[in-house]
Ligand binder design. Structure first.
Ligand SMILES: [Zn+2]
Ligand SMILES: [Zn+2]
Length: 372
């Protein structure tokens, strides 16, 4: 039968949450494995305190415990590690790390225990590169050179940071524990070792190429294959072109994000392009051929008779290709019908004749200005 949890923490049954937390902290610090290396009894006490706190530090679990005692946490009712006790010290750090945080220099609860020594191979980080391209590049696709700087494994020491033939040695300051303990008022405080920064080891003889960092900055040049049909926001993944791996680990990936620059003439919506064209008024009225500029070059189109201002003329397959598949979008032209500001003598005479025939009253316009 486990001991009564209130007794374990040394608090009254009526104790409030703050008191319980304080009591647990005190015990946890007293029996902390780093303060009592090799002491089995202290370790058991440390686990017992954690188990008690896991229940009493949680409002609903505490209520269950108050009602049913230890029986509340058998047969799966309580769930979690509290039900069966903590088997591993690192479980405790994982669960209550925030409590130790205040005392052990923020998250360093495990005293180097939970922390990986980071000496094995590790994959490099993924990188993101924003690539500006022109709308024209979207039509056929393009090859774009890019250049950037990123971290890479130091090849001289293969990321170890140590000169060839030398290695790491246990840090003398902390004896390999990665932490030093100092007394502050009431408490023993464990802080990361100032010499090894918590690693527990130091490099005997640093590599000249990377100054013991194991990493170097490298300039990278790549040719990015931009496929036809990309749009702003399209991401290309260049496998293993990201930051170099650590100590022989694989590199990360490079994500190239597309930004299509705004175009003077064309607006885009998916694979459809939009453009405005100027249509002389006679051509709008009577219809006729007109040369326009598409994204691919010049093209002769036919303006239908009776075209109104801002009518849309659809030119099939003069838009953009879709990113996947063979579809090509359309070009939609908005007709801006243009009237002359000044008429030629003959033109004015004919127009006046038409107005007269239509019985339409128009101004005299002695000056030859064309006005309605
Ligand atoms: Zn150290
Ligand atoms: Zn190096």
């Amino acid at each position: 039968m486990p001991r009564d949890y209130y007794e374990v923490l040394g608090v009254e049954k009526s104790a409030d949450a703050t008191t319980i937390k304080k009591a647990y902290r005190k015990l946890a610090l007293k029996f902390h494995p780093d303060q009592n290396p090799g002491d089995k009894e202290a370790e058991e006490k440390f686990k017992e305190a954690a188990e008690a706190y896991e229940i009493l530090g949680n409002e609903s679990k505490r209520a269950q415990y108050d009602q049913y005692g230890h029986a509340a946490f058998r047969g799966g009712m309580g769930g979690g590690p509290g039900a069966g006790g903590f088997h591993d010290i690192s479980d405790i750090f994982e669960q209550f790390g925030d409590i130790f945080g205040d005392f052990f220099g923020g998250g360093g609860a495990g005293g180097g225990r939970g922390r990986s020594r980071s000496t094995g191979p590790r994959r490099g980080s993924d990188l993101r590169y924003v690539l500006q391209i022109d709308l024209e590049d979207v039509v056929e696709g393009a090859k774009k050179p890019i250049e950037f700087e990123c971290e890479d494994n130091c090849e001289v020491c293969n990321g170890s940071g140590a000169k060839a033939g030398t290695g790491r040695k246990t840090c003398g300051t902390c004896g390999g524990r990665g932490q030093v303990v100092r007394q502050q008022g009431f408490f023993s405080m464990a802080t990361p070792c100032p010499t090894c920064h918590g690693a527990g080891e130091i490099i005997e003889d640093p590599c000249d190429a990377c100054h013991g960092q194991g990493r170097v900055q490298k300039k990278r040049k790549l040719l990015v294959n931009v496929p036809a049909g990309v749009d702003t926001g399209t991401q290309l993944r260049l496998s293993e072109e990201g930051e170099g791996g650590y100590r022989g680990g694989p590199p990360g990936d490079l994500f190239v994000e597309m930004r299509v620059k705004p175009h003077r003439q064309f607006e885009r919506n998916g694979d459809t392009l939009f453009s405005q064209i100027e249509v002389p008024y006679l051509k709008a009225i009577l219809g006729g051929p007109l040369e326009i500029k598409t994204i691919r070059g010049k093209k002769q189109i036919e303006i239908p008779p009776g075209t109104q201002p801002y009518n849309e003329i659809r030119i099939p397959k003069e838009g953009l290709p879709s990113l996947r598949g063979t579809r090509i979008g359309d070009l939609i032209l908005r007709a801006k019908v243009v009237f002359p500001k000044k008429l030629k003598k003959e033109e004015e005479k004919l127009l006046r004749q038409i107005a007269k025939n239509n019985g339409e009253e128009v101004s005299e316009g002695k000056s030859g200005l064309f006005g309605f």
